[in-house]
Design a protein around this ligand. Structure first.
Ligand code: BJ8
Length: 425
């Protein structure tokens, strides 16, 4: 696709072309430094590079083509919004969380300054007319998770009509019933939007497709337990980030190919870092594209990231939906059960997350954990203390980091991460 064809499409989507060009050129440079400069990358990384280079180009073209054929595009900000329902209605599901400082000043006209960078970013991208995904959406789905998001959707609704799912705050039986009702309400709203009836057969297929995608990502997680580490944390994070944008069938096939390559590499005893490189698990807030700052800082110290306990990581891939039901009611139950296992810090209590962090650290043979909270994110900052206590009991060191999307603290982060990595011996 030519540059002018891209431009015409972005113009049609009413993007601010100058600001968008500037954003893409910064991102291109950033991507080169953080990803392309790595040594020992997999052949399968070419696919990641291609998808990223066309994330605002060919993929957006595909969305427009799908829309021209009568399919709808549904965007979401949270892993609680079931992609299975979107696929069952033959619609396209895209992630809208944003990981860059863009339009922050504009966003601060709608939400307070002391709001986390992720929220300010998606609002900023919309207000600055920088995101072709938001502009392609026929339905945007928010959710009542943290207070920041809940209140932000009220404001966001003024500039982009937002359907909000009510996510409960506890894992009690009534909370599970509420969530099940919310899944059904969402299913009906998607049927209305798309004009398609979600039959048991269609929902079963949607569940199967998303399970296949999660299985491929689970396979990747399992392979990262190898020593030496066969893939960098940066590339693995990129895989997880791309999973929110790419076509699910193509993505699953490509990630399984990448896993085949990883298996061969592991069999040869090869890796991306020396066998004795410190192995770190990242845990905490999701890292949306293009939030690559911390992984870059960590791996610049010579350590290697072997897992992400996050929604752009194992929190989104650990659990599958039971595929045994044949009725709509049974499948909605299966969806409710699977989604209620998500250990988001917005839940109280959320003790299963402590077990999940501890188990994952063991599974991937981590030498230490870096807990990552976005500044002003109350839920994850609170839980950092609990995770630290639990890991200390397990004999695993943890470093707690709070940061945002700005580059101002990069040197300070480097110093702290280096000091932590040194203590791991
Ligand atoms: S299920 S983690 S994707 S809500 S960083 S906006 S929590 S103040 S992103 Fe999340 Fe769903 Fe939970 Fe996952 Fe609020 Fe914290 Fe900001 Fe956050």
């Amino acid at each position: 696709m030519t540059d002018s064809a891209h431009k015409a499409m972005w113009e049609k989507l009413d993007l601010d072309l100058n600001a968008h060009d500037a954003l893409l050129s910064v991102l291109g440079k950033f991507y080169g430094d953080i990803f392309l400069a790595q040594e020992g990358r997999l052949k399968g990384a070419e696919y990641l590079d291609f998808v990223l280079s066309e994330v605002h180009g060919l993929r957006i073209r595909e969305l427009q083509e799908a829309k021209a054929l009568g399919r709808k595009v549904i965007g979401s900000f949270c892993v609680f919004v079931p992609e299975e329902i979107t696929l069952a209605a033959e619609a396209v599901h895209v992630g809208l969380c944003a990981g860059a400082d863009a339009g922050t000043e504009l966003a601060e006209q709608l939400v307070p300054r002391n709001t986390c960078a992720l929220i300010k970013s998606f609002i900023g991208f919309k207000m600055a007319r920088l995101c072709p995904y938001i502009e392609s959406c026929d339905m945007i789905v928010g959710e009542t998770t943290c207070d920041g998001k809940k209140k932000a959707y009220e404001a966001f609704n003024e500039i982009a009509p937002t359907y909000v799912m009510e996510v409960p705050q506890t894992k009690s039986a009534p909370a599970r019933e509420l969530w099940k009702a919310e899944i059904l309400r969402c299913l009906r709203a998607v049927e209305e939007l798309t004009g398609r009836t979600i039959t048991p057969e269609r929902l079963k297929e949607g569940i199967r497709l998303v399970n296949e995608k999660r299985r491929a990502l689970q396979r990747l997680t399992a392979l990262r337990a190898a020593s030496p580490a066969p893939i960098s944390g940066r590339d693995a994070l990129l895989v997880n980030q791309i999973s929110f944008y790419d076509d699910p069938v193509r993505f699953t096939a490509k990630i399984n190919e990448l896993c085949d390559e990883l298996e061969a590499r592991i069999a040869r005893g090869e890796g991306v870092a020396p066998k004795n490189a410190p192995r770190l698990l990242l845990s905490g807030c999701p890292m949306a594209v293009p939030n690559w700052k911390l992984p870059f800082v960590v791996e610049s110290t010579g350590a290697v990231i072997v897992g992400e306990e996050s929604c752009i990581g194992t929190r989104n891939t650990r659990d599958l939906v039971d595929e045994s039901a044949d009725t709509l009611e049974g499948m909605i139950d299966a969806l409710a059960d699977r989604y209620m296992k998500i250990d988001c810090a917005c839940f109280t209590p959320n003790t299963e997350r402590l077990d999940n962090v501890s188990n994952l650290a063991r599974q991937v043979h981590a030498d230490g954990v870096i807990h990552y909270s976005l500044l002003f994110c109350q839920p994850y900052t609170h839980e950092a203390l609990k995770v630290d206590k639990r890991l200390a009991a397990d004999g695993l060191p943890m470093l707690s980091i709070e940061t945002d999307y700005s580059m101002e603290d990069v040197e300070q982060l480097k110093t702290r991460v280096e000091a932590f990595v040194e203590t791991l011996g």
